[in-house]
Structures are given as C-alpha cells and as structure tokens.
Design a protein around this ligand. Structure first.
Ligand code: KG4
Ligand code: ZN
Length: 344
C-alpha cells in the first residue's frame, strides 16, 4: 500500500510566520500570519519580528494542521527554512521544527528560502490543475532581499546567472515608496496606486549593470533628487502626482527586469520562463511578462499570489522533493542568515 508523504512546512525567515501541510505534493493548507508591528518603523525590526514569530508559531501550525484535517501523528516529515533571512526569526522556525521532529520521531528537512521561492512553481493543487515548468527553465527571483536570474536544471540543481550588485528590486520599491511617504512595505502600494497612473508621466534613467546583473541604488537616488527638486517648487507635488509617480517608477523597474530576462533567454536558448518571490505579485511585472512571452514564444509561469510572497507551501514542496531523496538533517542543524544558494 502506498504510504502518502505528508509534509509540514514552516517558514519564519523574515516577518511572516507561516505553516503549510502538503500530501504527495498537493497543498492541503497554507497559513500565513503577517506582523503589523513593523509598520510604524518603516521596515522590519529584527527583534520584534523574532518575538512575534514566538507568539504566532504554535497557533499557525495548529491551524494549518486542522485546516488540512491532519493530526501530528500523520506527519511524515517536517521541513523548515534554514536561511537566508534574519537570524532571530529563523531561529524560531528552526527550533520549533527540531522540537517537533524529535518529539514525533520523524525526519527533519532543511530548505533554502530562495530555492523554496523557485520550487513554488511545483506546488500542486488538490484538483491537479497547475501546469509546472519543464527543466531546464529560467526563473527571475525578485524579493525584498534578492534579485536573481536562476537557471534551474533540476529541483536542487540551480545556478545563479545574474543578480543585483546593490539593492534588490523589492528593496527599490520599498525605499522609493518610503521617500514618497508611503508605509512599509511600499511595493504593494506602488502597484495599487500605479494602476490608476500613467507609466509615461515621468521618466527616470533605466538602471544599468553589466551582463545579466541588475542595479537599483541609482534609480532610488534619481527619484530622491527629482522629488526634492519638485517639492521645493510645490510642497504638494507628491500628493498631486502620486498615481503617476507610482506608475512611472514601477514601469522602469519592470522594464529593467524584463530586459535582462530577454537577454538571459537569448543567451541560454531557454524559453521556459518563470518568476518568483514577493515582487512577482506585481501586476505590471505579471502583465509585461505575459505580453513579452506571447511575442517571443515563451512558456511563461507565474505563481498564484499566495505563493509569491513568503509562504510555507513553498517550503513544504521543497521539503517534499528532499523527502523523496531521503535528504534529511540532524538535530544539530542550525539556521544560517546568509545561507548560500548551493545545490542542496
Ligand atoms: O518574497 P518576499 O515576501 O520576502 C522576501 O523574501 O523578501 O518579498 C517581499 C518584497 C517586498 O519588498 C515587497 O514590497 C515586495 O516583495 N512586493 C511587491 C508587491 N508585493 C510584494 N512589490 C511590488 N508590487 C507588489 N504587488
Ligand atoms: Zn522571500
């Protein structure tokens, strides 16, 4: 008789406490608790994040299990985010996962957060409706901490072929939003206001970096100088032009991402193209990628919204594939804030 692989995934690398339950690669429950406490500070405060994870982890795991209709005794393994991320945050998920693995006597599985974002493309829905990419594919991974083009040869055989040399794309969204006086995280707000704005209202220089790399710190500075100049003439400039400013900034970031993705597709000859990470929730990026894909004959893969930003379903699917390979960790496993991408 087939014994199903039932994996509990736990994610706590930044400011979302998340748990998911997956059975044979199909998602049964995916729960995420965000942290409002950081809004007042304009960014994530590591110490507060860690404390909030401690408050959320037990109820989040319990509600994922009950939503899935799975008891702890049914679990085959527990997978957790080992890094990269904030050490104090990672420590909460890691300790919890280790405790559970020991108490239930089930395997413990380490997951690299960035690989999790990419493997989100393999999360299957219970009705089998998700079309998954074929290896090798290219994945543009864009989050608050990373901007990478990854050549994905297999589930755990991934190669970074381009990345940011300074700020990440999500960081650029958030920092520019902050300059405009918008609360943290500003990325989703720039997206929201940008929908009503004209993307050609203001022009900013398109960020340049060598080869397949990206750079966003220059864009942030040019927006800052532009706004300072305009605000000196009209203190209400930002309020008056909020939607156009958001649309224009977003258009430049999206343009620079798509430009490098086109070069990468051309250079590698790969036309299976995916996006992942928090910024892949951006509507302009999603639409532009679909348009570009139609024009260039790409097979485009865009995750469901709930699998773009940090979530535990992506940790569970990565855990599922490691479970099949019997790649388990020992109780000495420790979180790593700067966990390298690696191949495992
Ligand atoms: O992957 P993620 O949830 O966490 C990290 O691993 O960093 O990504 C968070 C980032 C933030 O910078 C946030 O502003 C950005 O993703 N983001 C967006 C959108 N939704 C989230 N940026 C632009 N448009 C969005 N709709
Ligand atoms: Zn992330």
């Amino acid at each position: 008789m087939h014994r199903p692989a039932i994996i509990l995934g736990i994610e706590s690398s930044c400011d979302d406490t998340a748990a998911a339950v997956m059975k044979d690669g199909k998602i049964l429950a995916n729960i995420t608790a965000g942290q409002e406490v950081h809004k007042a500070y304009g960014g994530v405060v590591p110490e507060l994040a860690s404390r909030a994870h401690q408050q959320h982890i037990v109820p989040v795991v319990d509600s994922a299990l009950s939503r899935a209709g799975i008891s702890r005794a049914d679990l085959s393994a527990v997978a957790f985010t080992r890094g990269p991320g904030l050490l104090g945050s990672l420590l909460v998920g890691t300790s919890f996962a280790k405790g559970l693995s020991w108490a239930l006597d089930i395997p413990l599985i380490e997951v690299n957060h960035m690989q999790g974002h990419i493997l989100a493309h393999f999360i299957q829905e219970p009705d089998n409706t998700i079309e998954t990419p074929t290896f090798p594919f290219l994945c543009l991974t864009v989050s608050g901490g990373h901007t990478q083009i990854v050549r994905v040869n297999d589930y755990f055989d991934m190669e970074i072929i381009g990345q940011t040399i300074d700020d990440a794309a999500g960081e650029a969204f958030d920092k520019i939003a902050k300059i405009m006086g918008l609360p943290y995280p500003g990325g989703p707000l720039i997206d929201k206001y940008g929908r009503a704005g004209n993307p050609e209202a203001f022009t900013f220089p398109i960020p340049k970096a060598p080869g397949l790399n990206f750079s966003y710190s220059g864009l942030k500075t040019s927006v800052l100088y532009f706004l300072r100049k305009e605000l000196a003439k009209d203190p209400a400039f930002i309020e008056k032009h909020r939607d156009d400013l958001c649309a224009s900034v977003q258009a430049i970031i999206v343009k620079s991402l798509i430009l490098k993705l086109k070069t990468a597709a051309k250079e590698t000859g790969i036309s299976e193209i995916a996006i992942a990470g928090g910024v892949s929730a951006n509507s302009a990026l999603r639409n532009t990628l679909l348009d570009t894909g139609r024009k260039l004959g790409w097979n485009v893969f865009i995750p469901k919204f709930e699998y773009c930003t940090d979530n535990a379903a992506m940790i569970a699917i990565a855990g599922h594939h490691k479970y099949l390979k019997h790649e388990f960790a020992g109780l000495a496993s420790a979180p790593s804030a700067r966990l390298p991408f690696g191949n495992g």
